[in-house]
Ligand binder design. Sequence first.
Ligand code: KIV
Length: 262
Amino acid sequence: MTMHRICEMHAAGEKICMLTCYDAVFARVLDDSGVDVLLVGDSLGMVLQGHPTTLPVSMDEMVYHTACVARGNRSAWLIADMPFGSYQPSQELALRNAARLMQAGAHMVKLEGGGWTVPIVQSLVERGIPVCAHLGFTPQSVHALGGYRVQGRGAGDADQLRKDAEDLAAAGAGMLILEMIPAGLARELTKALSVPVIGIGAGAGCSGQVLVLHDMLGISLQKTPKFVRNFLEGKGGIQAAVQQYVADVKASRFPDDALHAF
Ligand code: KIV
């Protein structure tokens, strides 16, 4: 999988299927099941380490898990999250930390937020590091956002989201994740932007879908959000469940706007 192919899929309306992944075994299972993009998310702090938020995850932990996933992966596009505090202080630090993830085997790094992140995205892209942006509910800002809440609901918030998305794409972000925003707004942004838009809790109108692996397998320690479906229920095994997820995303059977309360 290449960024060129992912952009072709976006342009052709072919759904892009992404899952989080944190180790070599699952990387092989997901890759063999046809998942297009593996995301080494800092959600590993919650689903693997048992923390209540993603905030405690360190750079060293992200590098370790990225290297594990890279060893198991054969063909999927591999994105690694830049954890909290690894890109906020300065562009120089962001570049050094993004380089560590790329050297561990990532093809692209992901960072959260808009506005202040734009020059960081631009400087990474200029130096040959592909960047995925992440807007809407941004888990690293959970305390500032007042908890796990839908974003972009009011007219002002929606306009800010539109502007952030346009600015990030103009700065060179090659992909955008939209988390927990109204389905109509996600659909509109997906149509408006030239870059692939991947949704999570953002309805069925995005170029593709991402879920946290442990949530879609129903093995998460935390309460799972309403928009998640347990793909392991009633299935023969993990691989069959992942194949069903791939088939449902590709055929636009998941997500379903009717299950989407906002
Ligand atoms: O860390 C993560 O798993 C993520 C996804 C929820 C998009 O950022």
